[in-house]
Design a protein around this ligand. Structure first.
Ligand code: TYM
Length: 338
């Protein structure tokens, strides 16, 4: 159930680290475009402040920020319909993030699995920012009184924390100020898995480039990665349940379904009994057909970085118009002298 006091508003973000991969596209960006085109107000951010929770080379960060903006636009996000901007241009994110550092409890933060995964064995060397990452994410969302956040499955815990923060803030100050935001984790592509290991999610940071399809890969690379994707020796089953213990096969079927915009059942019906020798080339052809236009449009947009910067600056100005009064009201609720 959505919070009815608040008008529907969608916000989501992606980190500008490495190239966008197919999981980000199918699990996030493609959904962003659908929501934009459904007519609801949409705000999509490039979360550069989150990116620096782990080391980023400055020139690479600049490039990745522009490239992600180019992927947004090439995938169908329209700066006239959606607000597109990079987080660091709207200082209110960091300001509200600080306040939420004072709302969130250490016990909640200590349960965040992403910190444990990302910090790895040597937690003492992780940045403080990596630990408090989820409070900044809550700020991103609540700064706009966001009602819905489209994300992949891996962000679920962060969205729960965002609701806990909103609830505690509202309770502590006796207000009904921040909404209880709904995660939107829907469709076949909420968890696209690695092409090399069907039990690991596809990720920008996997050391093996063969584990993922990057949005910048050319047609030959995409075809090669799909051809080499790990599978099992059996043909595709007659029904979806036949994929239950076959994570790699299930993943390729899900990717096909998401790209073709069909239910996975229909894909199984179409390929039942066929070998991967038939299915993989069909998948590669579909992937190239859907992704090649996006990557060539990205290339075109990247020829004009000044235009990308202009779009981001304009988006940031529009974002600030929404964010500034909400932050001002937050300070007032807390009792800060303004
Ligand atoms: P990030 O940059 O890791 O990923 C961006 C989006 O892509 C989704 N995703 C996937 N979906 C399906 N299959 C996969 N293999 C896969 N890999 C990634 C993620 O779930 C995400 O939706 N913390 C966020 C960024 C963020 C944010 C926010 C998101 C910061 N502030 C506010 C929403 C709202 C992150 O690291 O995403």
């Amino acid at each position: 159930m959505s919070d009815t006091k608040f008008t529907p508003r969608v916000f989501s973000g992606i980190q500008p680290t490495n190239h966008l991969q197919l999981g980000n596209y199918l699990g996030a960006v493609k959904r962003f475009v659908e929501m934009q085109n459904s007519g609801v107000e949409t705000i999509y951010c490039i979360v550069d402040l989150h990116a620096i929770t782990v080391w980023q080379d400055p020139a690479d960060l600049t490039h990745a920020t522009r490239e992600l903006a180019a992927s947004y636009i090439a995938s169908g996000l329209d700066p006239a319909k959606s607000i597109l901007f990079n987080q660091s241009q709207v200082a209110e994110h960091a300001q509200l993030g600080w306040i939420f550092n004072c709302v969130a409890r250490m016990g909640w933060m200590n349960r965040m699995t992403q910190f444990k995964d990302k910090a790895g064995k040597d937690r003492e060397k992780a940045s403080v920012g990596l630990f408090s990452y989820p409070t900044l994410m809550a700020a991103d969302i609540l700064l706009y009184h966001t009602t819905h956040v489209p994300v992949g499955e891996d962000q679920k815990q962060h969205l729960e924390l965002t609701r806990d923060i909103a609830m505690k803030f509202n309770n502590d100050f006796g207000v009904d100020f921040f909404p209880l935001t709904e995660p939107v984790i829907e469709g076949v592509a909420t968890r696209i898995m690695s092409l090399r290991d069907g039990t690991k999610k596809m990720s920008k940071s996997d050391p093996s480039d063969m584990s993922r399809i990057n949005m910048t890969d050319d047609a030959d690379t995409i075809a090669k990665k799909i051809r080499k994707a790990k599978t099992d020796p059996d043909p595709l089953p007659e029904a979806l349940e036949g994929l239950d213990d076959r994570p790699e096969a299930r993943n390729l079927v899900n990717i096909y379904a998401a790209l073709a915009e069909k239910p996975a059942e229909d894909v199984i019906a179409e390929f039942a009994g066929q070998q991967f020798g038939t299915f993989k080339p069909a998948l590669a052809e579909l992937a190239v057909e859907k992704l090649a236009p996006i990557s060539s449009e990205m290339d075109r947009l990247m020829q004009d970085p000044a235009e990308i910067d202009r779009i981001l600056a304009q988006g940031a100005a529009r974002a600030r118009e929404i964010a500034a009064p909400i932050l001002a009201k937050t300070y007032e609720i807390i009792g800060m002298v303004r």
